[in-house]
Structure formats: structure tokens, C-alpha cells
Design a protein around this ligand. Structure first.
Ligand SMILES: Nc1nc2c(ncn2[C@@H]2O[C@H](COP(=O)(O)OP(=O)(O)OP(=O)(O)O)[C@@H](O)[C@H]2O)c(=O)[nH]1
Ligand SMILES: [Mg+2]
Length: 192
């Protein structure tokens, strides 16, 4: 079991990757958009089963012009958060592209989580149905989380799911794809 877990956050530009990272590491939300140049990096130390664990998190720029540097950052990654914006259909359609990038560049053992962002925004702004997210999750056997970095909803859970699976892969390989849709955890904005 690794004592330092390396996680990368990927997805199209402006889906909210940096906000997800800031919410997880610093518990803050930044309303204005600050473009990530190349790649950003933060560390969070947690306790897991009474043992200290260091999580190093790489926040990749989504813009096309920084894509060429990305392949080398997948190296040695234990987990990946693949983000799309619930209010931007094109970012959801690009999930397949990002999955192919993981297949090409990341270790075969990498654990994946699909992260729907901005679920705090009103249903009228949503461009993706929950059933479509569920279908994508099922097709690629990747659990999903309906998150909001603004409210903090499901952010911790998305990271924790990834961390747990990197720590005990043999037990948690058959992860329940729908655990995050339990009534208590459900992001109500996404319930249709
Ligand atoms: N309402 C709402 N807005 C969000 C949320 N997450 C991010 N945003 C907004 O979306 C915009 C883009 O967020 P970023 O986190 O910078 O996006 P990014 O994916 O890192 O973008 P790149 O660095 O270009 O790849 C910002 O204006 C954020 O305030 C969220 O959960 N809810
Ligand atoms: Mg960013």
C-alpha cells in the first residue's frame, strides 16, 4: 500500500477542477475563474485507519494549449478524478476522450472516479440527465459523484472513494457504482 497517494484531476477547461481541489485541500471556494497554467499541485495529509497518509494532487489545465505536457503527469498516478460540468454538455461528451487518455498514459492499476461538478446550479441550467451520468458510469465501470465545490457537497466523498480504493484494491474492486446516490448523500439539484 503506498504511503503517498498521487491523484490527478482532469477534464475540460472551466469544469471546476481547481475549485474541486481548493475545496478538498483548503475548504474554500473561489467564484472567479483563474486559468490553470500547465499544472498545479497541492498536498493534503490525512489520517486513515490511524496511519498518516500523504495525498499529492495534481490539477491539470484543461485548455488545449497545455495538453502536450499532460502525458508525463499520469506516470505513477494511483487515482484520477475525471470532471465534467453538469451545466455544459460538451464537457460531458469529452469524457470519452479523457478516458482514452487515461488508458494510453496512466498505469493500468489507476483507480477512476467520474465527477459531475456545479450541481448546486439550478436544474434549468443542467444539460445532462442523471440517467446519462448513470449510463456512462455503468458502461465504463467508474463510480460517479454529483458534486458542488461551492457548497462542498460530495467533494470529500469523491476523494475518499478514490483513496479507499487505492489503499485496499482487492476488497473494493467491485465498488458499488451508485453508492453516492443514497438518499442522504444525494445532490438534490441533480435528482430528476
Ligand atoms: N456554481 C458553481 N461554480 C463553480 C463550481 N466549481 C467551479 N465553479 C466556477 O467555474 C469556473 C471555473 O472553475 P475552475 O476550477 O477554475 O475550472 P478549471 O477546470 O480548473 O479550469 P482550467 O484551469 O481552465 O482547466 C470558476 O468561475 C468557478 O467559480 C461549483 O461547484 N459551482
Ligand atoms: Mg484550473
Amino acid at each position: 500500500m503506498p504511503e503517498v497517494i498521487k491523484i490527478i484531476i482532469i477534464g475540460e477547461s472551466q469544469v471546476g477542477k481547481s475549485c474541486l481541489l481548493m475545496r478538498y485541500t483548503d475548504n474554500i471556494f473561489i467564484n472567479s475563474y483563474i486559468l490553470t497554467i500547465g499544472i498545479d499541485f497541492r498536498v493534503k495529509k490525512i489520517m486513515r485507519e490511524d496511519q498518516p497518509l500523504t495525498i499529492s494532487i495534481w490539477d491539470a489545465a484543461g485548455t488545449e494549449r497545455f495538453r502536450s505536457i499532460l502525458p508525463s503527469y499520469y506516470r505513477g498516478c494511483h487515482g484520477v478524478l475525471l470532471c465534467f460540468d453538469m451545466t455544459d454538455r460538451s464537457s460531458f461528451e469529452r469524457v470519452i476522450y479523457w478516458l482514452s487518455q487515461i488508458d494510453i498514459h496512466a498505469p493500468t492499476t489507476i483507480k477512476k472516479v467520474l465527477v459531475a461538478t456545479k450541481c448546486d446550479l439550478s436544474l434549468s441550467q443542467h444539460q445532462i440527465k442523471l440517467s446519462e451520468v448513470e449510463a456512462m458510469s455503468k458502461e465504463f465501470s467508474v463510480p460517479f459523484f454529483l458534486t458542488s465545490s461551492k457548497t462542498g457537497s460530495q467533494v470529500e466523498q469523491a476523494f475518499q472513494n478514490l483513496i479507499d480504493r487505492t489503499q485496499a484494491p482487492q476488497k473494493l474492486n467491485s465498488v458499488n457504482l451508485h453508492t453516492n446516490t443514497n438518499a442522504d448523500n444525494k445532490c438534490t439539484a441533480c435528482v430528476k
